[in-house]
Design a protein around this ligand. Structure first.
Ligand SMILES: [Zn+2]
Length: 344
């Protein structure tokens, strides 16, 4: 128990992980046109992101309220850290959707506060278990959209399965996936809910997973159905081919992959990257969220039990073997900008 506590508090004893801060735009110098569009991918921490293309603004699993070890071990109540949220959450007032891949507390717990206080215009897309949890908050009544898998890896994609995000040119495809064990083959906070809850959970173990989905997110052309940016998002590592998007004749622009617990599944993310050939690989959920939230590159540590260096080596092998691919491991607050010309 003491060893476990020590590891979780300190994170992996890895200093000098090659995390990046600030804004990076690898193609800004070469993709040039008058009507150039930009997709900004801001890492929020714990596998959460803010995606912005003009007025098309989405939050993915936003989580700022890093818990302490006692909370994570169910020895203390867990709740949103409003001070941290007020200090660190960027302006999300224009967000149209909050999309969550599974219902654990480090992806869903901050969503009610954010939806009611900062992203007041956003619909919430979450699995059925998560929607039963959020039913405890009457103020969110009309805003929660339960999602089911719309695509099963290896099958043929039917066009009608996409979920269109209202008032945007964005569509999402929820993909059947899974959640890797946390460590040593053990998975915590398993389970599903089938009934609306009366109150939001107060202990980490009560934020049960439900079904875990990956997402393909298309930012479409302003005037037609062409795809301008396609992003694959996972908030949990999975065995192949769970979580894989349908094969298409275009590369992914970005794969947002999950470092936490990657070694608990097979060949992650190697097979996913080989199939989708993303131009950019973004390593998320890599930092220790059992320590206070920080954006300080000197203070950030790897997520416990997850060997980020091994993951980086896997991603580097893909990047080396691919053409014009890059990877980054963003510090919370760091931004990757992608650019594209609508008319080629
Ligand atoms: Zn989880």
């Amino acid at each position: 128990m003491l060893v476990l506590l020590g590891v979780m508090m300190g994170g992996c004893a890895i200093r000098g992980l090659p995390a990046t801060g600030g804004v990076v735009c690898p193609e800004c110098g070469v993709t040039i046109c008058d009507d150039r569009q930009t997709l900004s991918i801001e890492y929020l921490g714990s596998g959460g992101y803010l995606l912005t293309r003009g007025d098309d603004v989405l939050l993915l699993g936003p989580f700022i309220s890093n818990s302490g070890v006692l909370e994570a071990m169910n020895l203390k109540r867990i709740e949103p850290d409003v001070d941290a949220l007020e200090a660190w959450l960027p302006d999300v007032s224009n967000a149209k959707a909050i999309i969550v891949g599974h219902a654990h507390c480090d992806h869903l717990m901050d969503v009610p506060w954010i939806a009611k206080n900062r992203a007041k215009d956003a619909k919430i897309y979450v699995n059925r278990t998560g929607s039963h949890v959020l039913a405890a908050d009457g103020e969110l009544h009309d805003r929660v959209h339960p999602i089911d898998a719309a695509y099963w890896p290896g099958t043929k994609l039917r066009a009608a399965l996409w979920v269109e995000i209202p008032r945007t040119r964005v569509r999402i495809l929820p993909i059947e996936s899974e959640h890797a064990p946390h460590f040593a083959g053990l998975k915590f906070m398993k389970g599903r809910l089938t009934e609306d809850q009366k109150e939001l959970p107060k202990r980490a173990r009560r934020w049960v997973e439900g079904r875990t989905y990956a997402f393909l997110i298309d930012f479409q052309h302003p005037e037609d159905d062409d795809v301008m940016f396609s992003v694959h998002y996972q908030d949990a590592a999975s065995n192949p081919t769970l979580g894989f998007p349908p094969a298409r004749d275009r590369r992914l622009d970005a794969a947002l992959v999950c470092v936490a617990s990657h070694h608990e599944v097979k060949d992650y993310p190697d097979d996913l990257l080989a199939q989708t050939q993303p131009r950019h690989v973004v390593l998320g959920h890599w930092e220790n969220f059992f320590a206070p939230y920080t954006r300080d590159l000197d203070e950030l540590r790897g997520v416990p039990f997850s060997r980020p260096q091994d993951f980086i080596e896997r991603v580097e092998r893909y990047v080396f073997s691919s053409t014009e691919a890059s990877w980054s491991m963003p510090a919370p607050g760091a931004v990757l900008e992608l650019v594209a010309c609508p008319n080629g």
